[in-house]
Design a protein around this ligand. Structure first.
Ligand code: BEZ
Ligand code: FE
Length: 293
């Protein structure tokens, strides 16, 4: 690359300083801090890469396409944030390790308010395709004390790699909630999590293909746990030995969230006496909530 003359460097940095200074009158100090830093980083990117005018136009076209495909049901900007690791970085910054509390990970776009209450030991699968999977554990605080009545919400894709909302009909499958018992124990039937691709038929999918990246998410079950006096936990459990643990397309995997899935042979007795004809599986995962600050 050709050397950038001192005069050119000074012109470029003078422009950055002028733009930063233009925000000096922002009445809100935090807004000012954010737009100043954004200006410095965007200009830093432009200058470091010596971005061409054609590349800038393509960048604008890309962001325009991200906006056009976004509507009430599809949020391509969040998907972009996810594949760039920006969602996970924001979670990492805001969920610094709190004692032995369960680690948080991405929320994802497939949570739906108002899931059915399935009750302790109930079935969140609701007819979703997949191998039955018994999930159980305790909800405690970081002090080890149980959290009776904690609300445990679960949602997951089916064995065909789709969430109920992706089918375009009114089915409600692969989601539900229940409340932990007096000892903070929870238990439910779900389906064994399997890997699936994030929606890749839009500009984010094009970005992944152009950069040789795989849209697959490591298999997971989403959990959200809420209880008065505790910080709401949004997390996943990831089955060990999943082929995508190292390459999860949204960088959501944390070692502490990887669990052993115990495969059960057909006709093995189930914990609640449910009649399961084929093979089934079980997962044990304890949830530890940080205190609300
Ligand atoms: C999910 O796990 O549901 C998800 C997370 C980020 C992007 C797409 C899907
Ligand atoms: Fe998911």
């Amino acid at each position: 690359m050709t050397e950038i003359s001192d005069v050119q460097q000074q012109r470029e940095s003078a422009l950055v300083q002028r733009v930063v200074a233009s925000f000096a009158g922002a009445p809100d100090a935090r807004t000012r801090e954010l737009v100043e830093a954004l200006t410095r980083h965007v200009h830093g990117f432009l200058r470091e890469t010596r971005l061409t005018e054609d590349e800038w136009k393509r960048t604008i076209d890309f962001l325009t396409a991200v906006g056009h495909i976004t509507d009430d049901r599809r949020q391509e900007f969040i998907l972009l944030s996810d594949v760039l690791g920006a969602s996970m970085q924001t979670i990492t910054i805001n969920n610094a390790a709190r004692a032995n509390a369960t680690e948080a990970t991405v929320f994802g776009p497939f949570f739906v308010e108002g899931s059915p209450e399935v009750g302790l030991g109930g079935d969140v699968a609701g007819g979703a395709a997949g191998e039955p999977c018994w999930v159980e554990g305790t909800v405690t605080g970081t002090d080890g004390r149980p959290v009776p009545g904690a609300r445990v919400e679960v949602w997951e894709a089916d064995a065909d790699g789709l969430y109920d909302v992706q089918y375009g009909d009114d089915r409600v499958t692969g989601r539900g909630h229940l409340h932990a018992d007096d000892e903070g124990r929870y238990r439910l039937w779900a389906v064994t999590p399997t890997p699936y691709p994030i929606p890749d038929d839009g500009p984010v999918g094009e970005l992944l293909r152009a950069t040789g990246r795989d849209p697959m998410r490591a298999a997971h079950l989403h959990l959200m746990v809420q209880a008065a006096g505790y910080r709401t936990l949004v997390t996943h459990v990831f089955p060990r030995h999943d082929p995508y643990l190292e390459s999860d397309s949204v960088f959501g995997v944390r070692d502490s969230l990887i669990v052993d899935v115990q495969q059960q042979l057909p006709n093995t007795a189930t914990p609640d006496g449910r009649d399961v004809t084929g093979p089934w599986a079980r997962i044990s995962f304890d949830l530890v909530l940080a205190p609300a600050t």
